[in-house]
Design a protein around this ligand. Structure first.
Ligand SMILES: Nc1ncnc2c1ncn2[C@@H]1O[C@H](COP(=O)(O)OP(=O)(O)O)[C@@H](O)[C@H]1O
Ligand SMILES: [Mg+2]
Length: 381
């Protein structure tokens, strides 16, 4: 019997996962180095410790009946240590090992027969030259590990750019990817349980701002075949990786073709809308999957647009709520973070519409109302 869920990572994904797990009657313990974390604020307990503190990881395992994570940049060793202690971790170390390293991940996707952007590893100066010769410009250089929200990435259009990126990476291994001139970015959220049941949410369309997700539109404005293809690819990936839990596959759409960009072995920002627009959210689906409960196909009530509320780097108080909250078909989520650093994910809202154009218009109206207020500066004036 599973009563307590352990979560590695204390961010907003863990918070929303916890709120859904609590609604279903589970206890939640989170492990996160920052005290008073978004997840810690709502969990039953927070262990304040680093992700590589194996004593604390052991404690998390001892207090939990199943352990999961809300962030793939946790050390693989921590998950291996839990597994060595015979703790249940979902998704397990195999899925984590492959999805947390971009080269392993792309090789895995290609082995499944699924297209990706062309790429080359860049671990040395020599490999920087051979990647340039093989793929050329424009390209995207990314650190192979540890990146998120566009961090550790450089668009390179010339040898000077490539040299600058190489220096900025300070010896960390890189991947050279062809810069894809995509029409759209898409993602699909799906889930698999130990019985091998797989369900998938509608394919969504994602718009980014400097590598950070800004808007998700569901369902994505794509032909049915593209949506079906995304679903087929997600199923293949889940089966081959043996994922248990909710996961996300991000794609570039170029004409009739879908290229996999990356796999997140966890609940995902582009699935936030499911809290308000489907009968079962991605978070509940994850809880069901890791606790050995049945999965059922999600059903979307109405077209939805999710808008991320990103920090501006000036002001920590969100203004404009009076106007925003007058919209009847809108749900606001705020993550409880103290400082609104530039493009930091502080909250989001989801609006439902009679059709997508209606939802998009409401989303843009809502976005236009919000602003960050610097209360300290206001007090000084
Ligand atoms: N090869 C590429 N071609 C074009 N755009 C890219 C490429 N790789 C990444 N991007 C852009 O950067 C964003 C973030 O890159 P991604 O690989 O998803 O890293 P992260 O782990 O930060 O989410 C993508 O959503 C996309 O907008
Ligand atoms: Mg991404």
């Amino acid at each position: 019997m599973i009563r307590t869920i352990g979560i590695l990572g204390g961010g907003q994904l863990g918070r929303m996962l916890t709120l859904e797990a609590k609604r279903m009657g589970f206890r939640v313990v989170t492990l996160e180095p920052l005290s008073d974390s978004p997840c810690g604020q709502v969990a039953d307990e927070q262990i304040v410790a680093a992700y590589d503190d194996l004593r604390a990881i052991g404690e998390l395992g001892a207090r939990s009946d199943v352990v999961t994570y809300e962030f793939e940049n946790i050390p693989l060793e921590s998950v291996l240590a839990l597994e060595a202690d015979r703790r249940i971790v979902h998704p397990g170390s195999t899925a984590l090992r492959i999805t947390q390293e971009r080269i392993l991940e792309k090789n895995f996707v290609r082995d499944c027969g699924i297209p990706t952007a062309e790429f080359r590893p860049v671990r040395t100066r020599e490999e920087l030259g051979s990647a340039e010769a093989a793929i050329g410009f424009p390209a995207m250089l990314k650190t192979t590990m540890g990146g998120y929200d566009g961090k550790g990435q450089w668009v390179v259009r010339s040898r000077e750019d490539a040299d600058a990126a190489w220096s900025a990476a300070k010896g960390r291994p890189l991947i050279w990817e062809r810069l894809i001139a995509f029409e759209r970015e898409l993602s699909i959220i799906a889930a698999r349980n130990e019985r091998g049941e797989i369900v998938a949410f509608p394919t969504s369309e994602n718009q980014h701002d400097h590598g950070v997700l800004a808007t998700t539109i569901v369902p994505g404005r794509i032909p049915a075949e593209i949506g079906e293809c995304a679903r087929r690819y997600a199923t293949m990936i889940a089966e081959r990786l043996g994922i248990v839990g909710t996961f996300c596959v991000e794609f570039f759409q170029r004409g009739g073709e879908l290229l996999v960009n990356e796999i997140a072995p966890r609940v995902h920002n582009s699935g936030h809308y499911s809290l308000d627009a489907t009968q079962i959210s991605q978070y509940e689906m994850h809880v069901r999957a890791i606790c050995g409960l049945p999965l059922v196909e999600p059903r979307q009530f109405r077209p939805a647009v999710m808008v991320n509320i990103l920090g501006a780097g000036a002001g920590d108080t969100l203004g404009g709520l009076d106007g925003l909250l007058r919209e009847r078909d809108l749900k606001l989520h705020v993550y409880g973070k103290a400082h609104a650093a530039l493009r930091r994910k502080m909250g989001h809202f989801t609006v439902l519409g009679d059709n997508l154009d209606d939802a998009l218009a409401k989303a843009e109206r809502g976005r236009g109302m919000l602003r960050w207020i610097d209360e300290r500066a206001a007090a000084i004036r």
